[in-house]
Design a protein around this ligand. Structure first.
Ligand SMILES: Cc1ncc(C[n+]2csc(CCOP(=O)(O)OP(=O)(O)O)c2C)c(N)n1
Length: 316
């Protein structure tokens, strides 16, 4: 991976981490309401995967989707405004944290329904294939979604029709407060690929370069018309399921995984390989902090949607 790309990945990982930390503060201040599911600890997956995609490729996200949006190039101001319920947000405050949608950035939306994104990804992949546009869909979901019918039906059809889709399972071991082996009789979700006759990979989801390389390969395969790949990324979230749920996970497990934090790990590698200096890293972080100050200010100053607009966008 060249220097420019490595620095780009680090920058995006900082953006996600610092965005999430900022939203925690704003949530506690009552400026962000509703559910807030943080992506801290999982940054290497969104960043590695989206770095392998083109701008017009599609991304289908989840309830834990801020990282996917940022990695795909979403505007921090519009994201922050959406979370703070402002008219200038991506979904004009109709969506909030879980429903950031932006056709310009190829973001086909987050999803409050666990496993709800998989059939949507099937649709966008079919559309790409039908239009012969060369567009690939990256479909993110977590291990809890791997136990849903939508997972099996989608992978079956995608494999059958050789659709251009890459399934990326972010296995952070816990579905809210349910440990993986309570809901899944197998250790690796990636092994399920063999049931659909597609390649399955089980990788270290905290290694941004490994994610990048694996997804890059899967995207090439999809673009060449060879169909889907299932990639399971082993990872961990540093915080409880969402802002309003206490942490029920064993604290020694949390501590162990925090030692595998993808950001210091990547920083260490880049420093050792002399790709970047500590001062340069500091400068990137400073830039990201300024971007977040601007995003917060933009959102704070933006208007709340007026009551007269309440029926706009309703179809029923
Ligand atoms: C169909 C459905 N069932 C249950 C829920 C409630 N719920 C919200 S998040 C969640 C856990 C999801 O776990 P996982 O898919 O592993 O994602 P993670 O939060 O670990 O990223 C559950 C059960 C839901 N939103 N949708």
């Amino acid at each position: 991976m060249d220097r420019k790309k490595s620095i780009e990945l680090l920058d995006l990982m900082y953006r996600i981490r610092l965005f999430e930390e900022r939203t925690m503060v704003l949530f506690r201040e009552g400026l962000i309401v509703g559910a807030l599911h943080h992506y801290i600890g999982e940054e290497a997956i969104a960043v590695g995967a989206c770095a392998a995609a083109e701008k017009d490729d599609y991304v289908v996200s989840t309830h834990r989707g801020h990282g996917h949006c940022i990695a795909k190039g979403a505007d921090l101001k519009r994201m922050m405004a959406e979370l703070m319920g402002r008219e200038t947000g991506y979904s004009r405050a109709r969506g909030g944290s879980m429903h950031i949608f932006s056709i310009e950035e190829g973001l086909l939306g987050g999803n409050g329904i666990v496993g709800g994104g998989l059939p949507i990804a099937l649709g966008s992949a079919l559309s790409g294939q039908y239009r012969e546009s060369g567009q690939v869909t990256l479909c993110f979901f977590a291990e809890g979604a791997g136990a849903r019918g939508t997972f099996h039906e989608s992978l079956n059809l995608a494999a059958l029709w050789k659709l251009p889709v890459v399934y990326i399972c972010e296995n952070n071991l816990w579905a809210a407060t349910t440990y993986i082996n309570y809901g899944l009789p197998i250790e690796n979700i990636g092994d399920r690929a063999s049931a659909y006759g597609i390649p399955g990979r089980v990788i270290d989801g905290n290694d941004v370069e490994e994610v990048y390389k694996t997804v890059d390969e899967a995207i090439k395969r999809a673009r060449e018309g060879n169909g889907p790949t299932l990639i399971e990324c082993k990872t961990y979230r540093h915080y409880p399921h969402c802002m309003v749920i206490p942490d029920t996970r064993p604290q020694d497990e949390v501590m162990e995984w925090k030692k595998k934090d993808p950001i210091p790990r990547f920083e260490k590698r880049l420093l050792e390989e002399k790709v970047i200096t500590k001062t340069e890293m500091g400068k990137i972080k400073e830039k990201v902090k300024n971007m977040l100050d601007e995003a917060e200010e933009f959102a704070r100053k933006s208007p709340l949607p007026g009551v007269e607009t309440v029926e706009e966008g309703l179809w029923a």
